[in-house]
Design a protein around this ligand. Structure first.
Ligand SMILES: *[C@@H]1O[C@H](CO)[C@@H](O)[C@H](O)[C@H]1NC(C)=O
Ligand SMILES: *[C@@H]1O[C@H](CO)[C@@H](O)[C@H](O)[C@H]1NC(C)=O
Ligand SMILES: *[C@@H]1O[C@H](CO)[C@@H](O)[C@H](O)[C@H]1NC(C)=O
Ligand SMILES: *[C@@H]1O[C@H](CO)[C@@H](O)[C@H](O)[C@H]1NC(C)=O
Ligand SMILES: *[C@@H]1O[C@H](CO)[C@@H](O)[C@H](O)[C@H]1NC(C)=O
Length: 485
């Protein structure tokens, strides 16, 4: 056991780019030990005057203290949640934004990194404020690439589009007509999917641990099921992974086999996580399925796992996201997919800790062999109200007064789409009859009145605005498109 430890931390404020200089708060944390569940009341807060002088009124300071307090209270809930659900993981509060997740001493770190000659560490530090801001934002986001996005983004067609078209062989779309030709097939005019469109969604990973539990029926009980890459869905695996097929997120390598992958389901929506490509276009013309590009991939940087992106996609459409097959149990050493041989490149401990944090932030609900026997009771996960309050507090601390800018506070670029632009729907003139006569465009032509009530309510609260990420995971760079009717 670790003994108590005092730490002095520079916290809050910062938030570069905003212009306003925040007061620096020094948080002195007393005793961060294992047993401190009631930590929230035990911190003392000092103001570090110095530097920029007093720009804040006394009220602002009180407000800041209030936000810090809310976050501390939230952290103690998260801590309890991790203790209850983490299968040995423990959470340790560093300050109102930072949390350390630790595996028990003696955990066998089976992942050895050949390159750096190290085993995986047993401790991971997370900025809970940033994590919360990021994942709550996904609930309001559009994650499919659309024509309106490219139209509104200043460099949309010329630069961004060029990066998503492999056959272009150029870094810019010098000929817009040509780029449109390549894109038409997979580019809907407006978002085909909407925030809150589904109540419960299952995201099914490919882990071999799926074969240890018969989750099939439970998975099929969801309103939408999201799968990855070439994960097979057939009678052989039905007991374990179910048979319902709604969405499939694929990387470029898997998209190569899209005809084989989609065989057996004419309606499964294929979402390509990389680029469009001459061969893909030829394939898409032959299949009946809807096919789109994912919007929100981090271009040029090493891609995060498909699993994370699947969760983002799910959150952008679903209230509740249940995950299966993500290899999140301690002691799991068989690095297999449920349908094939071992793979390389996974950091099991890091992944486990992060998914556990996400569960305790109310982002996902984890299902795994070691969790299947216990009753699925989510009462120890912070409630939506608690999460909203913590989110609002984190936003205020990050932005100061700008935290009040409402649901459009992160919009960097704005655009309007007039009522007459109800098309064109995606497609190209030379599709096969299989595609022409299928319902590939079903989602694009769905009237908003047929969406579930929660989705309609959200849309009206958003005043008809769709939000998109500008680049990967940056919080403050949204492209916002208003649909006037
Ligand atoms: C840790 O795991 C590796 C690989 O599974 C195994 O060879 C080793 O004996 C284990 N060590 C301990 C102390 O359990
Ligand atoms: C642009 O691309 C279109 C479609 O391929 C082609 O017809 C046209 O000639 C091109 N324009 C120029 C200036 O190259
Ligand atoms: C599709 O599946 C059927 C049977 O499930 C099989 O006979 C057929 O060869 C498959 N087609 C492709 C292109 O994989
Ligand atoms: C397309 O959808 C309509 C209405 O839902 C249905 O009647 C029709 O059979 C579908 N066509 C195909 C090819 O699935
Ligand atoms: C998401 O949308 C809801 C309206 O449905 C709004 O109240 C909330 O502030 C938004 N959250 C974020 C993080 O933008």
């Amino acid at each position: 056991m670790r003994v108590s430890q005092s730490q002095s931390h520079k916290a809050a404020g910062g938030g570069g780019g905003g212009g306003r200089r925040h007061r620096v708060i020094y948080l002195v944390l007393a005793a961060a030990s294992f047993t401190l569940v009631v930590f929230a009341i035990q911190f003392s807060l000092f103001t570090g005057g110095s530097g920029g002088g007093d720009q804040f009124q006394k009220l602002d300071l009180e407000q800041q203290q209030h936000h810090v307090q809310i976050l501390h209270h939230f952290h103690s809930n998260v801590q309890q949640c991790v203790a209850n659900r983490g299968l040995g993981l423990t959470a340790h509060i560093i300050d109102h934004c930072n949390l350390l997740l630790k595996f028990p001493q003696g955990t066998n770190s089976t992942w050895y990194n050949e390159q750096f000659k190290i085993y995986e560490p047993l401790e991971y530090k997370y900025n809970v404020c940033e994590t919360l801001l990021l994942w709550e934002q996904y609930r309001n986001m559009t994650t499919v690439l659309t024509r309106e996005y490219l139209d509104v983004r200043p460099d949309g067609w010329e630069d961004y589009a060029a990066k998503r078209i492999a056959q272009l062989g150029a870094d810019k779309c010098y000929n817009r007509t040509l780029c449109e030709e390549y894109f038409n097939l997979i580019l809907p005019a407006k978002p085909p999917f909407h925030p809150r469109q589904f109540h419960k969604c299952a995201v099914v990973g490919n882990s071999g641990d799926l074969l240890k539990t018969e989750f099939g029926e439970e998975i099929d009980g969801h309103d939408a099921v999201i799968r990855d890459n070439e994960a097979p869905v057939n009678e052989k695996y039905a007991k374990y992974v179910g048979q319902k097929r709604d969405f499939r997120l694929v990387v470029r390598g898997a998209a190569r086999n899209m005809i084989t992958i989609l065989n057996g389901s004419a309606t499964e929506v294929l979402i390509i996580k990389s680029v469009i490509h001459r061969d893909f276009n030829a394939m898409i013309k032959k299949i009946p399925n809807p096919v789109y590009l994912f919007q929100g991939i981090v271009l040029r940087r090493g891609a995060k796992g498909t699993g994370m992106k699947s969760i983002e996609l799910a959150l952008s459409m679903c209230d509740i996201v249940d995950i299966y097959g993500f290899t999140v149990d301690p002691g799991y050493t068989e690095w297999t997919r449920y349908f094939s041989t071992p793979r390389k490149g996974h950091n099991p401990l890091q992944g486990r800790a992060y998914y556990q944090l996400l569960e305790c932030l109310g982002v996902i609900r984890i299902h795994s062999p070691m969790r299947s026997k216990r009753k699925q009771d989510w009462s120890d996960v912070p409630t939506r109200e608690m999460i909203s309050r913590a989110h609002a507090a984190a936003l205020h601390l990050k932005r100061g007064q700008d935290g009040d800018l409402g649901q459009f506070g992160s919009c960097k670029v704005w655009g309007n789409v007039g009522p007459k632009s109800n098309g064109p729907i995606s497609g190209s003139p030379d599709m096969s009859s299989v595609r022409k006569f299928s319902n590939y465009s079903k989602w694009e032509v769905m009237p908003s009145e047929s969406l579930r009530k929660e989705a309609q309510d959200h849309y009206s609260q958003m005043e008809g605005v769709s939000l998109y990420k500008m680049d990967g995971n940056k919080l403050d760079d949204l492209v916002c498109v208003r649909h006037s009717s």
